[in-house]
Design a protein around this ligand. Structure first.
Ligand code: SF4
Length: 370
């Protein structure tokens, strides 16, 4: 019986996101680590490696599939109520001690984590997504940047079938990987975990590549939404939240910012859970920084109107939500406020399409297959 690492090493092909350094090592540029890899070496992500002077990258499998309301990703300014067919791989370039997806993201780093390998094809995934009436296909649950060649193969099929595509990512990108995915990825959610480089180093990364990625994503025309999990004692000081939200507003005040509640997970169980008041205070700071669309997440029904979308010009209600459930949808067919006609940034449909599900589910066929 092969180990998970041996099985994953087998399910690979030569990648495209790398170059050769003057000393003969390979430089992978799928993520901001830019690992220099001598012959036989494996990257920080544990899924890309140098074999015989060629970079081998994951191909032909998924670590999990789930149908999620798009509000769970979260994207609040993209076809509210749509179903997002969510595909996860294995491995990550960071090692956050509070990761909620650690079973897949840390599968090769932590012996306590393991996930099944499900061999599949882009056509099979797209066919299943359409069968579930998904509007969107998302690479999520682990870090999608590190499997970008495979994601692009899937998304080419998805876009040909009329699906919208997206990444749910930590944002530790490079200019090269963003250029590579740009034709095939429409939506990009960045998890901006902190505004302190020391904190990022605790998680295995650096702040600078993430801020650079956010600037580039916006300039390149991806639809960007940003999430910050508010962790008491880690990233919740007024100064840090003010600097973080001021940065986002400086890129564009129209970028939606979701501040979400923490609860103990994986190896980080000591901090208290985020309270409603903490979320509301952080949201106030975000608005004071100039952000026009601020949302509070993970405490459905407890955060006033901070789950709703309101017109930034006149304040009228545009989309009412409780958790992932859409209670009301009032945008015009061309994505404007019905009261004042102000354009609302996002990717909207001509009308509200029915909500397929307001909670996640695993497609029946996948349950039986794997
Ligand atoms: S994806 Fe990132 S962590 Fe993995 S090999 Fe490439 S540069 Fe290194």
């Amino acid at each position: 019986m092969p180990t998970l690492a041996e099985a994953l090493a087998r399910e690979t092909r030569e990648g495209e996101l790398y170059g050769v350094l003057p000393d003969g090592r390979l430089e992978c540029y799928a993520c901001g680590h830019r690992c220099p890899l001598p012959e036989g070496a494996i990257g920080v992500c544990k899924v890309r490696f140098n074999e015989g002077g060629r970079l081998r990258v994951p191909w032909g499998y998924v670590g999990g599939v789930q149908c999620d309301p798009i509000e769970k990703k979260p994207f609040f300014h993209v076809h509210p109520g749509a179903l997002a067919y969510s595909v996860g791989m294995l491995g990550c370039d960071l090692h956050c001690s509070y990761c909620q997806n650690w079973v897949t993201s840390q599968a090769l780093r932590d012996p306590a984590a393991s996930a099944p390998l499900m061999l599949t094809t882009p056509a099979d995934l797209v066919c299943d997504a359409l069968r579930q009436h998904a509007r969107v296909m998302v690479s999520t649950y682990n870090e999608p940047l590190i499997t970008s060649e495979w994601a692009v193969a899937i998304f080419k099929e998805a876009k040909a079938a009329g699906l919208i595509t997206g990444y749910v990512s930590n944002g530790n990108g490079t200019p090269e990987v963003l250029e590579y995915i740009r034709p095939w990825v429409d939506l990009y959610k960045v998890d901006l975990k902190s505004f302190d480089d020391r904190h990022y180093r605790e998680l295995g990364g650096r702040l600078a590549p993430i801020l650079d990625t956010i600037r580039r994503l916006h300039a390149m025309g991806f639809w960007v939404e940003i999430v910050t999990l508010l962790i008491p004692g880690f990233n919740d000081s007024r100064d840090e939240i003010t600097r973080l939200t001021s940065f986002i507003a400086g890129v564009s005040p129209d970028i939606p910012w979701h501040v979400t509640a923490f609860h103990g997970d994986y190896k980080m169980t000591a901090p208290e859970a985020t309270t409603t008041d903490m979320l509301l205070d952080a949201a106030d700071l975000g608005r004071a920084s100039g952000l026009r669309y601020v949302y509070a997440g993970n405490l459905p029904g407890q955060v006033g109107d901070l789950e709703d979308t309101r017109c930034a010009a006149c304040g009228d209600l545009l989309v009412a939500r409780t958790g992932y459930h859409i209670r009301e949808y009032r945008l015009t067919a061309d994505g404007r406020c019905p009261s004042c006609a102000a354009a609302v940034p996002g990717r909207w449909g001509a009308a509200f399409e029915r909500q397929i599900a307001s909670r996640p589910f695993i497609p029946l066929r996948r349950r039986l297959e794997f």
